[in-house]
Design a binder for this molecule. Structure first.
Ligand SMILES: [Cu+2]
Length: 165
C-alpha cells in the first residue's frame, strides 16, 4: 500500500516535471477497465470438473505424544476422488488450504468443495470432538499439488500435501 502511494506520488511529480506537455490524452478520455464485465461473468464453473469416482480417502487429524499431524500427511488422489478429514485426538483441528499461487478460479473451486464445512476463505470448520470432520469432493479441483495445514497447530507444523492427479 505504502509503496503504491509513493509510486503514485513519484509519477505525479515526474508528470509535473515534464512541463505540461499537451500530447498526453486528457484524463477524461481514459476508457474504464472492463472490470464490470468480469464481475458480471456467468456463474458457470470456471474449473473443469470430472465425474466423482466414488473413492473416499481418509485423512486423520491427530495430536498425541507423536505430535500434531495429518495422517497420511502426503496423499495422492485422482481428480473425482473425495477426502474425508476426521479429527480423532488433540483437538481442535481444521483444514486450511495454502493460498500460495492458486488461481482465483481454483480458490473458488476449493471454497465450493468445502461447502457447508467451510468456515472462512479456504478453511474448514474447527473440529473439537472425536470423529468430527467432513468429506470434500475433489471433482472440481484441477490436478495439482495442494498444501494444507491446521490453523491451531500450524506453529507445531501440522501440515499436509494432497496431490490431485
Ligand atoms: Cu490440528
Amino acid at each position: 500500500m505504502q509503496f503504491k502511494g509513493l509510486a503514485l506520488v513519484a509519477s505525479a511529480l515526474m508528470f509535473a516535471a515534464c512541463g505540461g506537455g499537451s500530447d498526453v490524452a486528457p484524463a477524461g478520455d481514459a476508457t474504464p477497465a472492463p472490470a464490470a464485465d468480469a464481475a458480471a461473468a456467468p456463474a458457470t464453473p470456471a474449473v473443469a470438473g470430472v465425474p466423482a469416482t466414488g473413492t473416499v480417502h481418509e485423512v486423520k487429524m491427530l495430536g498425541d505424544d507423536k505430535g500434531y499431524r495429518f495422517e497420511p500427511a502426503n496423499l495422492t488422489i485422482k481428480q473425482g476422488d473425495a477426502v474425508k478429514f476426521v479429527a480423532l485426538s488433540g483437538f481442535p483441528h481444521n483444514v486450511a488450504f495454502d493460498a500460495g499461487t492458486l488461481s482465483a478460479d481454483v480458490k473458488a473451486a476449493i471454497n465450493d468443495a468445502l461447502g457447508a464445512a467451510r468456515m472462512g476463505d479456504l478453511q474448514s470448520n474447527m473440529y473439537m470432538n472425536p470423529n468430527e470432520g467432513f468429506t470434500m469432493s475433489f471433482s472440481n479441483i484441477p490436478p495439482g499439488t495442494y498444501s494444507i495445514n491446521c490453523t491451531p497447530h500450524l506453529a507445531m507444523n501440522m501440515r499436509g500435501v494432497i496431490t490431485v492427479q
